[in-house]
Write a protein that binds this ligand. Structure first.
Ligand SMILES: O=C(O)CCC(=O)C(=O)O
Ligand SMILES: [Fe+2]
Length: 340
């Protein structure tokens, strides 16, 4: 396996964020990535990110209500590059994942006793030491967060799911299946909103489109004015579906950071660069970041939906015309090329 980090994992992991928080240590310089004053300069008002009912968009008998919802979807993705999805077909069973319900496996572990939480973090560290694919504290993008990634495969038993000991495999598998439905619903709704063939994006993603789940854990932080949970970036995916237990995610629009409100039962759908390409720049892949909090830790599950490996993607023909000429070349392996 190629060497990925500059410092040995042991050194990096000895500075684990939970440890720093528990010891009440100030974050060391590598974690400082924002100006202490900036938090006062940049407004982060409660955002106006639209909420879209995906079930309405999916109705087979079109009508006024559906047309309005599709227009709302299009406008959300042209301006914000994201929307809050409801009507996504994930029953309240999966509200379990929402951190603020007492059933959440993570919340249960987190809230019961401090020792339990620490021991879980320790387990996590041991696990992370084993997997070289972990991208939390490596390379140049040192982050105040801990991550695990899983490739979610459908119809292929026991592939790559075994590492996610934090969640029972059964739940993870179920979650994968649900996520596949949401990506289908969303892909179709987006095509309909642009008046192009409903399956065109699904065709570009391909039958073996990838769903990669990333589990983000953001510790509390003594200095939220200096430290970000995740630095500003755009996603290299097609699009990303995010479930969060607390606020903290911010989206950049008109040079201002807007906090994404946490709406129970909603999933945040956020465009990635590859949807921006496929829509010939009509939908925006927004720059986003995660801020830290001195009071609350935060957990999110991000599912990155990307075209199958080695599949060439490009702007949809139906979106290229004299008024809106082609903005992007076709591209293959975008995520491999641009992954930060
Ligand atoms: O934690 C979040 O809400 C967002 C995570 C994110 O942007 C990412 O993992 O790329
Ligand atoms: Fe992201």
């Amino acid at each position: 396996m190629a060497e990925v980090s500059i410092l040995p994992a042991e050194v990096l992991l000895s500075k684990r964020v939970q440890e720093m928080v528990l010891k009440g240590e100030e974050p060391p310089p590598p974690y400082v990535c924002r100006d202490g004053d900036a938090v006062h300069e940049v407004a982060a008002p409660f955002s106006m990110i639209p909420t879209i009912d995906l079930s309405l968009c999916a109705l087979s008998t079109p009508g006024m209500e559906q047309e309005e919802e599709l227009q709302k979807l299009k406008s959300a993705l042209c301006s914000w590059g994201c929307f809050q999805a409801v009507g996504h077909g994930i029953s309240s069973t999966f509200a379990k994942f929402q951190g603020n319900t007492s059933n959440s496996p993570w919340k249960r572990r987190r809230s019961k006793r401090k020792e339990l939480k620490i021991s879980k973090a320790m387990e996590l560290t041991l696990y992370l030491k084993k997997v070289n694919s972990w991208i939390g504290l490596i390379g140049s993008s040192l982050k105040y967060t801990q991550k695990i990634e899983e490739i979610l495969n459908y119809g292929q038993k026991n592939q790559n799911l075994s590492g996610a000991f934090m969640l029972p495999i059964g739940i993870l598998e179920q979650y994968s299946i649900k996520m596949k439905k949401v990506t289908e619903l969303t892909s179709k709704a987006m095509a309909k909103s642009l008046n192009i063939e409903e399956n065109c994006f699904l065709t570009q993603f391909g039958e073996r489109a990838q769903h990669k789940a990333r589990f983000n854990y953001y510790s509390r932080c003594q200095r939220p004015d200096l430290v970000l949970g995740l630095k500003a970036h755009s996603d290299v995916s097609g699009f990303t579906i995010i479930l969060m237990d607390e606020e903290g995610l911010q989206v950049l629009k008109d040079e201002q950071w807007f906090t994404v409100p946490k709406i129970t039962e909603a999933l945040l759908v956020l465009m990635g660069d590859q949807m921006e390409i496929m829509t010939n720049g009509i939908f925006k892949s927004p720059v986003h970041r995660v801020v830290t909090s001195s009071e609350r830790e935060r957990i999110s599950i991000a599912v990155f939906y990307s075209p199958e490996a080695n599949k060439e993607i490009g702007p949809e023909d139906g979106l290229i015309n004299e008024e809106t000429p082609r903005l992007f070349k076709n591209v293959k392996g975008y995520a491999d090329i641009y992954q930060g």
